[in-house]
Design a protein around this ligand. Structure first.
Ligand code: BES
Ligand code: MN
Ligand code: ZN
Length: 500
């Protein structure tokens, strides 16, 4: 997979995509100019005719496609309207549309010519990444791929009109690993829960490539020894043993001024709800409940390619939440070792229990900055819709850092307040706290629960219950796991070093 840059030379390619800002392309009184005029001439006026027929105005997502019949160095020409795309998330969606065209058209080589090169250059990473991800499919359980029995994967992307800089050459080196990491995170989520058990997830962590990365798997006995009572309680209803994945990235040239970071990912490989059993419709896609853990594995595998210079620990407390005969009960009180005792009032609020032990473990390693990612609450979907992650944490500056990184990466996140007042909802008659609050403010009370274990460590919680999983496909992105969070995490880590 390669990314190349060309000042204005048109390369030989299967397809050329011209990204067109809003404009009067179809106005018959205004002739086409610039490269579009050149192509129109080479195509005997066909391009202009088609543009007028379709009344192409460069609106967001609007397309004009044609065959060049050997008259130009590229086989197909696609004009894609960029609309008034401003933020990275908009450009990412345009990239997905380009990726869709490349996949459907079976293009192996593609050139992209943005008519507003400076604007597109600002969002080059999310654009290029989503173009390559347009070829992602999860069809290992199908006899034949549905849309194309013999799919072709895009291998070469040439970006026209940009000069090579240190920024572009860093991207050239990192784009392949980034795309690979997101595909891995998607695969881990898409794999059925019967196959992607805690043990299988741990094996995936052990086989992660990446230099300067070590992996330790804590099995059930190790969890017992460490007193991970909350995780063990959740796990008890399942025949699958729990695992805690602990990846350590030790940079070859550490920068001592940087923090020691922990990335903690929820690793519930299947969430039936336990004895507080979910209805079928809500349980159907709960293999996605380890998406936070998958994003952490994806990001950890990338750190050496990104030349990250701080020590990073990737921690994934992994287990299944099942209603087996030994399942934890409602009303049980669990004594955590490094936090409050917890009365279980809802066994479906299991993620925060598993995460709490992961967070305590991160603290025991001496990590001074914790970012957790979790498909934690349905309430977050109610609040922010299916495409936006909730951001809650303390201090405020750290929340801002993640919001900024997400903004650059084209992943939508929105901050919710960590309201102390809602702590009343977690008060218990018999224990220091209970694990579930009332319905209203469910995302906030879940974060407040985690905060009891975070104590005063710098921490941000990303509730990815919505964006980690796509119910429906959209052009260039199939339904299922999305790999959400991987890109934001590496942007954030590089921003810590002043490279943004
Ligand atoms: N894994 C779910 C949250 C979830 C819901 C993720 C929808 C993805 C899509 C979580 O474990 C859960 O069940 N949360 C409960 C908490 C409640 C019992 C306090 C919820 O959101 O209903
Ligand atoms: Mn649950
Ligand atoms: Zn869950």
């Amino acid at each position: 997979m390669t990314l190349a840059f060309s000042q204005n030379q048109l390369p030989q390619a299967d397809g050329l995509v011209v990204l067109c800002p809003p404009g009067e392309y179809s106005d018959p009184t205004k002739p086409l100019d610039g490269p579009l005029a050149d192509y129109d001439e080479a195509l005997d006026g066909h391009l202009g005719r088609l543009i007028r027929e379709r009344s192409f105005k460069g609106k967001k997502g609007q397309q004009v496609a044609l065959h060049t019949l050997g008259n130009l160095p590229f086989g197909r020409l696609l004009l894609l309207g960029s609309g008034k795309a401003t933020k990275a998330a908009h450009w990412l969606r345009l990239g997905e549309r380009i990726g869709e065209a490349a996949h459907k058209g079976r293009w192996q080589t593609l050139a992209v010519l943005p008519l507003l090169p400076d604007r597109a250059a600002q969002h080059l990473e999310p654009l290029a990444r989503s173009i390559f991800l347009g070829c992602y499919r999860f069809d290992r359980y199908k006899a034949q791929s549905e849309d194309d029995p013999d799919p072709v994967t895009l291998t070469d992307l040439t970006w026209i009109g940009l000069e090579e800089t240190s920024h572009t050459s860093a991207l050239q080196r990192r784009l392949g690993p980034l795309v690979y990491a997101i595909c891995l995170a998607r695969d881990l989520v898409n794999e059925p829960a019967g196959a992607m058990t805690p043990t299988a997830l741990a094996e995936a962590a052990q086989s992660l490539g990446g230099d300067h990365l070590t992996c330790e798997i804590l099995d059930k006995a190790a969890c017992e020894k460490l007193g991970m009572e909350l995780l063990l309680a959740v796990s008890r209803g399942s025949v699958e043993p729990p695992k805690v994945i602990h990846l350590t990235y030790s940079p070859p040239n550490p920068d001592p001024s940087l923090p020691k970071v922990a990335l903690v990912g929820k690793g519930i490989t299947f969430d039936s709800g336990g004895l507080s059993l979910k209805p079928s419709a809500s349980m159907k896609d709960m293999k996605c409940d380890m998406a936070g853990g998958a994003a952490v594995l994806g990001a950890m595998g990338l750190l050496s390619s990104y030349e990250v210079r701080c020590e990073v620990h990737g921690i994934v407390p992994a287990c299944e939440n099942m209603p087996g005969p030994n399942a934890y009960r409602l009303g049980d009180v669990i004594r955590s070792q490094q936090g409050p005792s917890v009365e279980v009032t809802n066994t479906d609020a299991e993620g925060r229990l598993a995460l709490a032990d992961g967070i305590s473990y991160a603290r025991s390693l001496g990590c001074d900055r914790i970012v957790d990612l979790a498909t934690l609450t349905g309430a977050c979907l109610v609040a922010l819709g299916p495409d936006v992650a909730g951001v809650l944490g303390d201090p405020e500056d750290l929340c801002r850092e993640l919001l900024t990184a997400a903004d650059r990466a084209g992943e939508e996140m929105w901050q919710l307040p960590l309201l102390d007042e809602l702590n009343d909802q977690l008060k218990s008659q018999v224990a220091d706290c209970k694990n579930a609050g009332a319905r209203y403010g469910g995302t906030i009370t879940a974060a407040l629960f985690l905060k009891k274990f975070v104590k005063d460590t710098d921490w941000v919680h990303l509730d990815i219950a919505g964006p980690a999983w796509a119910d429906k496909a959209r052009p260039g992105r199939p339904a299922g796991g999305t790999g959400f969070g991987v890109a934001t995490l590496v942007h954030w880590l590089k921003n810590l070093e002043g490279e943004g």
